[in-house]
Design a protein around this ligand. Structure first.
Ligand code: G6P
Length: 328
């Protein structure tokens, strides 16, 4: 990246700014930075950040996340951050030579390869991994993470591609569910902890490419309003791969089911008690919970893909959307 070790040690605050799918990756990053480095992290949608008179804390690192590196609001936020006096600006970006890369002090390239489809998929996965690697680097400099734990996360990181491949071989199960739900009008996604942003991303993918109205909620918020939306046979997707939040998530799904929802549970192998509640379960391989994010998003992307296919939508070029939003 180019950020010197002593500069990393001095970082006391992090501000992330991004749009769309990149914003969801940033939300996951906030959980990781605070959990593994102890450095407070704030995140804003770029179109909000640029107009909200944010307080710049001392020794702050300003991070933008963008697949294209050309998103107008993200770029404007970076320019504002430089005027505001951030100590360092870093962009996590997939396009070398883009405006964001040229104008940031430091760059972490995601190297996902050219992403052609409008809806971001592989760029998201690499954004998550880049954020995790950055977190580990900062944790090392800050000495905030046990060396064994750090090594264990890195070992799991190396296993991730083969786990993803194994999972992709089983996409027929998801195809079956997709064909049953292709004619629905509404869908809810629920998650807690780092899986809340993954639920947000699942809902975004579904609405982007299949035009089904889909929303995601932090599962604990259901009783504060969203539960009133549940109708008989409405698809509710629960993402429950975090061991410490599993039981809480199951309770939320039980509440949804008792109001008539059809439950899809997305969890890791071993959590078989979910079958008492879920009508349909997708299992992902067990791994370090940090990587359950990158693994869990794949079945959600496939679900959207197959539903959109069933509905005859133009998956790579959804209506009204652009790959790169270069105007405000
Ligand atoms: C558009 C794309 C999304 C993307 C968002 C942010 O809306 O359709 O897929 O997540 O822009 O783009 P960026 O290039 O900044 O990640």
């Amino acid at each position: 990246i180019g950020l010197k070790d002593d500069s990393l040690v001095d970082i006391d605050n992090i501000q992330i700014v991004a749009c769309g799918t990149s914003f969801h990756a940033g939300l996951v990053g906030k959980y990781w930075f605070e959990e593994l480095t102890g450095v407070p992290c704030n995140i804003d949608i770029a179109s909000e950040y640029r107009y909200r008179h944010a307080v710049v804390r001392k020794n702050s690192l300003f991070i933008t996340i963008s697949q294209s590196g050309e998103t107008a609001d993200t770029l404007a936020s970076l320019r504002l951050a430089k005027e505001q006096g951030y100590k360092h600006t870093l962009c996590i970006c997939n396009v070398n030579g883009s405006s964001l890369v040229r104008e940031s002090d430091f760059t972490l390239l995601t190297r996902a390869g050219a992403e052609i489809g409008v809806a971001s998929t592989k760029a998201f996965t690499t954004q998550l991994l880049s954020l995790l690697m950055l977190t580990l680097l900062l944790a090392k400099q800050k000495q905030s993470l046990d060396e064994d734990k750090r090594a264990q996360i890195i070992t799991s990181l190396r296993q991730l591609p083969s786990l993803c491949e194994k999972f992709l071989a089983k996409d027929q199960e998801i195809l079956q569910l997709a064909s049953e739900f292709a004619d629905k009008h509404h869908c809810l996604f629920l998650g807690r902890g780092v899986m809340y942003p993954i639920a947000l991303e699942g809902a975004l993918k579904l609405k982007e490419i299949s035009y089904i109205h889909s929303e995601a909620f932090a599962a604990g918020e259901m009783k504060h309003g969203p539960i009133s939306l549940i109708e008989k046979n409405m698809l509710v997707v629960g993402v429950l791969t975090q061991p410490d939040l599993y039981e809480k998530m199951v309770s939320n799904l039980v509440e949804a089911k008792s109001r008539g929802a059809y439950i899809m549970g997305l969890t890791t192998y071993g959590n078989y008690s979910i079958e008492d509640t879920a009508n349909f379960t997708v299992y992902v391989p067990k791994t370090d919970p940090h990587f359950a994010t990158s693994l869990s998003v794949v079945p959600l992307q496939l679900l959207s893909y197959y539903i959109a296919l069933e509905r005859g939508c133009d998956i790579d070029k959804p209506r009204n959307l652009a790959k790169s939003v270069t105007v405000e």
